[in-house]
Design a binder for this molecule. Structure first.
Ligand SMILES: Nc1ncnc2c1ncn2[C@@H]1O[C@H](COP(=O)(O)OP(=O)(O)OP(=O)(O)O)[C@@H](O)[C@H]1O
Ligand SMILES: [Mg+2]
Length: 520
């Protein structure tokens, strides 16, 4: 009798224990997932359909992938994660947003928070942000030509060239890629910005190249390439390179981003020692062409990853990369990101990639490698192909045959904010993200909030376009006169003995130093 009772109603002791823990048998795995995500400094991310809160502990997060249809709630969810992460003392968040929309969500939210603070606290709050953006009259300067410690100038030049190739709409020939590499190599060797005049002088003006440029270059191999550039690059390739740079440098902002020398950036760029959230808005606009925007997004990725590598005292950092498909188009950039994912966890870097439709937007092998390195997946409304990404991670069930189509059908019709949060190895959570505060409650329109963001917060990071242009003009005047000042000590001696020359070497070196706490 007892056995029949247990069979029908379960073991009463166990049932009582479950009731006390407020779980049902089907929920036991869910409770385990909730507990594993929660922990020190956790923040409220959303709730299960039964109302149970889902809390995320920043330190346990690790790398993640977010996907879902347009408007399904990815950016809003990611902004909850960014703010929750950066709210913990000693933690930082970085956003690289090639679309610019997540930045707008973050900007609106930052402006709303600022408005709620008493006046004396607003300045401190504003200085928690560094904003990389462009406006008609202001821009955040970028330093593309300072070689990070331990990196060879050649590796930096090849990464900057890859960033430009990655952004292009068409294939670049090997010769064109080599030409881009040489242009960046010379700019790095001489610690100069790349301007249209510089590119023309370097590629088309034989006398200037031979007599003025080459003698200033200490690296013998690079000097040799520059002295024999006519042999290295046919005239048609040099002309094509000039056109390529003309296109990139045709806007005022393109000219500033590429044209500022490291010395000029040091003079202009404001110090923001308290910045804990770096918002990189690389959304194309009338001011910023799509290809320049993509190039700079990749350059930023290169800078964040290399800065993390060489940082002897790493800070827990969450790097969110929106529209990952546009970032990993060039194999060199994809490899750079993947190596970062594989090796930088011990440097406390968590990378979160986001895509509307990863199966379509990301090359198969790159997606496969991303998935291998991810600790969690956050999937909103998704079509069959993208939802299938989750299938291998779902716990097996007896009714597998029926469950798979039911799951795919459910994923295709998830309402906005509804999603599956999957921590690998644990049952997934079917949940809804927490509501962001409604901007309307401030009595301000979205445009007014963005104005507040730019004038009170972003203004600390940006400089006047006119000031940057003046510095570039001054430096160009020296350049045209042929009066190239002596090199900085960093590059004057050529590459140091232990510098690394390839991405593989760089990450290998990093591996050797792993765990020592010393810079590689
Ligand atoms: N957590 C949330 N709180 C409040 N509103 C939300 C939330 N998530 C989504 N929304 C609403 O849905 C809209 C779209 O959300 P969101 O911009 O996050 O989607 P997305 O998935 O990033 O879309 P896209 O792929 O086009 O960038 C938001 O403008 C907002 O109105
Ligand atoms: Mg979005």
């Amino acid at each position: 009798m007892k056995r029949l009772y247990d069979l029908l109603f379960g073991d009463p002791k166990a049932a009582y224990a479950r009731a006390r823990a407020n779980t049902t048998p089907a929920d036991t795995g869910i409770a385990e997932t909730l507990a594993s995500l929660d922990g020190k400094d956790s923040f409220h991310f959303g709730s299960l359909l039964n109302g149970a809160p889902v809390r995320l502990a920043p330190d346990g997060l690790g790398h993640g992938l977010t996907c879902g249809a347009s408007g399904s709630g990815k950016s809003s969810a990611l902004s909850l994660i960014i703010e929750g992460f950066a709210a913990v003392p000693g933690h930082r968040a970085e956003v690289i947003d090639p679309k610019g929309e997540t930045c707008i969500v973050l900007a609106e939210h930052a402006a709303m928070t600022l408005l709620r603070l008493p006046q004396p606290e607003r300045e401190t709050f504003a200085r928690r942000f560094q904003v990389i953006d462009v406006r008609a009259d202001a821009v955040t300067p970028a330093n593309l030509f300072t070689v990070p410690p331990q990196m060879s100038p050649a590796l930096l030049a090849s990464l900057r060239a890859s960033a430009m190739v990655n952004a292009g709409e068409h294939e670049f020939s090997d010769l064109m890629q080599h030409g881009l590499f040489l242009v960046f190599s010379v700019a790095i060797a001489l610690q100069r910005g790349v301007t249209k005049k510089f590119v023309r002088r370097l590629l088309l003006d034989d006398a200037f190249r031979q007599h003025t440029l080459a003698p200033k270059i200490h690296d013998a191999a690079l000097r040799d390439s520059i002295e024999h550039l006519d042999d290295v690059l046919p005239a048609a390739t040099r002309q094509a390179l000039v056109r390529q740079f003309d296109m990139h440098l045709s806007t005022r902002l393109g000219r500033i981003w590429f044209g500022l020398s490291p010395a000029a950036v040091a003079r202009l760029a404001p110090a923001l020692p308290d910045a804990r959230i770096v918002i990189g808005n690389f959304g194309p606009s009338l001011l910023l062409s799509p290809s320049l925007a993509r190039t700079q997004a990749v350059n930023r990725l290169i800078d964040v990853v290399t800065a993390t590598m060489v940082n002897a005292n790493p800070v827990a950092t969450l790097l969110l990369i929106e529209e990952i498909g546009t970032i990993v188009r060039h194999p060199a950039v994809a490899r750079f990101l993947l190596e970062g994912l594989r090796t930088l966890r011990w440097k406390l870097l968590s990378i979160v990639c986001c895509a509307q439709d990863p199966t379509n937007a990301i090359p198969k092998d790159v997606l496969h490698a991303l998935l291998l390195n991810m600790r969690w997946l956050l999937a909103f409304e998704s079509g069959r192909e993208d939802a299938s990404i989750l299938l291998p991670y779902l716990p097996p069930r007896a009714s597998e045959g029926e469950r798979k189509p039911a799951f795919l059908a459910e994923m295709a019709t998830l309402p906005s904010q509804h999603c599956y949060f999957l921590r690998k190895g644990l049952p997934p959570l079917r949940m809804k993200t927490r509501d962001l505060p409604d901007p309307k409650t401030t009595g301000k329109s979205r445009d007014e909030l963005l104005d507040i963001f730019y004038s009170e917060i972003a203004a600390h990071s940006m400089v006047r376009v006119a000031d940057a242009e003046r510095l570039i003009d001054e430096e160009e005047r020296d350049w045209i006169s042929g009066d190239i000042p002596p090199q900085s000590p960093q590059n004057a001696s050529g590459p140091a003995k232990d510098t690394v020359r390839t991405v593989d070497d760089l990450f290998a070196l990093l591996g050797r130093n792993k765990g020592t706490g010393d810079p590689p």
